[in-house]
Design a protein. Structure first.
Length: 79
């Protein structure tokens, strides 16, 4: 699940970085107090996605094999 969440956050972060670099207007900066909000939000999202990727690498989820089921017996106790 961490891979999916990290991948989506990373993808949206890259989109925001691209928008911050390509479609940055003076009107947009005036709304945010002369800060390129798309660029900074995108950079933050890419950092979070990288943290998810590091988390997956350092602490992978290990699924153990199921135990063998016990032999079934009927009501009389014989197999």
């Amino acid at each position: 699940m961490r891979v999916v969440i990290g991948g989506l956050i990373g993808f949206y972060g890259i989109v925001l970085i691209t928008m911050g670099l390509v479609v940055d207007t003076a009107a947009d900066r005036a709304k945010t107090g002369d800060v390129n909000a798309n660029l900074w939000a995108g950079l933050g999202m890419v950092v979070v996605a990288a943290a998810f990727a590091v988390s997956v690498r350092l602490n992978p989820v290990i699924v153990e094999a199921p135990a063998e089921p016990a032999e079934k017996t009927d009501a009389t106790g014989s197999a």
